[in-house]
Design a protein around this ligand. Structure first.
Ligand SMILES: Nc1ncnc2c1ncn2[C@@H]1O[C@H](COP(=O)(O)OP(=O)(O)OP(=O)(O)O)[C@@H](O)[C@H]1O
Ligand SMILES: [Mg+2]
Length: 617
């Protein structure tokens, strides 16, 4: 083995740079961090060949005085902290004094900067250290050329220019979403690639960066638990994606990937998301800087919380609450004034101060975006569930008087005020068509009813009074030939079955009798229901008996019960029954998605209909 030798400074820097600068996008991230720390309100990014040939970041921040240009390039030289305790009240992106040194050690870099009080700007060439007069207005331009030219091994790992460009743009998006008060422009190979103007509202910035459709289909949230609070937006389940590529999470304004928050959000979405779909979100956690450690990862993408339980809880409840409220009607521009009026809208979003205070957008509340359901005198979900669907025998023979909700629904004026509107027809035995102030509403009857039944079952089981599902004895017990396993399972779980609103007992050694079923599932096939429940219970037994009580397993069971009880396709409904279904959806939590995460209803606006018929308005 060779003798131990001290490494030369340049090599030390290059090795250290390897941790911080992985690809052109890392340079973009660091340079925009610096521009924001300097109080810039306008940041321009210019890329050549996806940033591999050149990355230029221009800002209108405070600039670097000539006397400090050399120091800015030195390792461990920073203007942002002076002691370890400063880290506990950090309100800047930077703190290590390492980024510029790292970038300059693996590229050909120069800084041109002008402050408010110098007669002209100065430029420093990082390679030679030479300082020369230059011209530019107050602010800083950092010019990075030929990244990794001195470290060919690293250069080999770069992907195509198009891929590197996409990563650079993504790095800029991450900053832009958190700072609507800063204008961004991105140029690629001489062409304007993206431009995000200053806006006063984070939702307007979200529309600019992630698209209008998402901004319209998202829910605002705002929640506090202990030392942590969370604001932001989540996409409704129907804009969920196949990839987790639109999940933005910020802690005190810094973009992070955090397991605790990620887990909480996934858990909150679990009941409404279809299959492996990935939710879309932009979430801002605000927490006392003393209670979060930002110094745990070389690229600062991870943080560590002192109170990770609070953080988990705030994220879970913020998302869960936002998802729970039925959103019927929330997609109309009428309730999204900040989008209708575009970037000029001001809904009380606190402007961010340039020094980074109040980095997290705050001052907007979920109330702004959603109609207030409490005002409409709606029924509690359990009352509503008891009224629909009508008795199984002959839907058309039902007297409206036997359906208080339906009677109420014949009043035209009342219908105007209901968000899902007034039923007008049934289509192909599958869809209910309704008319509301925005236009046409289409409801997937089975999917919607399935959610209503499911939520009602959950509510009954969780209800403080009963903690069991209301059951209804069958006039004639339904018997079926059962396997020995099914008979054993029915005996072993008699107690659980009662809780679930079922009464299943042995009629003979090989026959089971269903004597009672949940009142809200009276419509369904009692035998099929009992078989499903027994199969589910047997499965839990095999997995782990304690599992049976776990909420998730229980919800899966209730969900399959709901499917049995929900109204089937091809069932003819009259208008009163259809209206009653709409009213129930409006009072049911999470009613915008069926139990499998598919949407239960869609709005087609008059504008869209007009467009179909090329009708100018
Ligand atoms: N765009 C800029 N405008 C004004 N000053 C800047 C700019 N970029 C860098 N500086 C100055 O140069 C110093 C060094 O920047 P550098 O990015 O290397 O370190 P840092 O931001 O302090 O910490 P970190 O390594 O965590 O980013 C900064 O502390 C700041 O004073
Ligand atoms: Mg920095």
């Amino acid at each position: 083995m060779n003798a131990i030798k001290e490494l030369p400074d340049e090599l030390i820097s290059q090795i250290a740079a390897g941790e911080v600068i992985e690809r052109p996008a890392s340079v973009v991230r660091e340079l925009i961090d610096n521009a924001l720390d300097a109080g810039a309100t306008q940041i321009t990014l210019r890329l050549l060949a996806g940033g591999v040939r050149s990355i230029v970041v221009e800002d209108n921040g405070t600039g670097i005085p000539r006397a400090q240009l050399t120091l800015a390039l030195k390792r461990h030289a920073t203007s942002k902290i002076a002691s370890l305790t400063d880290l506990e009240s950090l309100n800047t992106m930077g703190f290590r004094g390492e980024a510029l040194a790292a970038v300059s050690s693996v590229s050909d870099m120069s800084i041109t900067s002008q402050t408010a009080d110098q007669p002209h700007a100065w430029r420093i060439d990082a390679r030679t250290g030479e300082v020369s007069p230059a011209a530019r207005s107050t602010g800083t331009t950092i010019d990075v050329r030929e990244l990794f030219f001195s470290t060919p091994a690293r250069r080999k790992f770069l992907k195509t220019d198009a891929t590197e460009l996409a990563h650079c743009v993504e790095a800029a998006r991450r900053h832009a979403l958190a700072r609507p008060d800063v204008a961004f422009a991105i140029w690629s190979d001489g062409k304007l690639h993206d431009q995000w103007l200053v806006t006063t509202h984070p939702l307007a910035r979200m529309a600019q960066v992630l698209g209008d459709e998402l901004a319209v289909k998202c829910l605002a949230l705002n929640h506090t638990v202990g030392t942590a609070s969370m604001t932001g937006f989540i996409g409704t389940p129907d804009v969920a994606r196949a990839r987790a590529d639109q999940q933005y999470c910020y802690v005190n304004g810094r973009f992070v990937r955090d397991k605790v928050i990620g887990h909480a959000v996934r858990q909150a979405f679990s009941d409404v998301l279809h299959g492996a779909r990935q939710p879309v979100y932009v979430l801002f956690v605000t927490i006392d800087p003393a209670r979060v450690d930002v110094n745990v990862h070389p690229t600062k993408i991870e943080v560590r919380f002192r109170d990770s339980r609070d953080v988990h809880s705030v994220a879970y409840h913020a998302v869960q609450n936002a998802l729970a409220a039925p959103r019927s009607g929330a997609e109309s521009p009428a309730v999204r004034p900040e989008l209708a009026t575009g970037v000029s809208a001001n809904l009380g979003f606190d402007r961010l101060s340039p020094n980074g205070e109040g980095l997290s957008p705050s001052g907007f509340s979920s109330q702004t975006y959603r109609p207030d359901y409490s005002q409409q005198g709606r029924l509690h979900i359990n009352e509503a569930a008891a009224l629909w669907p009508p008795a199984p025998m002959q839907p058309s023979s039902l007297q409206p008087s036997s359906l208080p909700l339906a009677t109420l629904a014949t009043n035209d004026e009342m219908l105007e005020s209901w968000t899902l509107g007034r039923a007008i027809a049934q289509l192909q035995g599958i869809y209910v068509l309704a008319e509301n102030a925005q236009g046409l509403v289409i409801v997937d009857m089975h999917a919607a009813h399935e959610r209503i039944v499911y939520e009602s079952l959950k509510n009954q089981l969780e209800g403080p009074a009963s903690q069991r599902i209301a059951s209804q004895p069958l006039l004639v017990p339904a018997t079926f030939a059962a396997t020995p396993e099914e008979v054993a399972c029915a005996e072993a779980h008699a107690q659980t079955l009662v809780q679930l609103g079922l009464e299943v007992s042995a009629f003979s050694p090989k026959t089971l009798a269903v004597r009672a079923v949940p009142a809200s599932l009276l419509n369904g096939d009692a035998v099929a229901l009992a078989r499903t429940v027994l199969a589910n219970l047997a499965e839990f037994d095999n997995a782990d008996s304690a599992q049976a009580l776990v909420a998730q397993a229980r919800n899966a069971l209730l969900s399959s019960m709901a499917c049995h009880g929900a109204v089937r396709a091809n069932r003819k409904l009259n208008l009163d029954e259809m209206n009653a279904l709409l009213r129930q959806m409006e009072v049911t939590e999470r009613s915008d998605q069926c139990n499998h995460g598919r949407p239960t209803w869609r709005q087609i606006s008059i504008k869209e209909l007009d467009a179909l018929f090329m009708r100018g308005r």
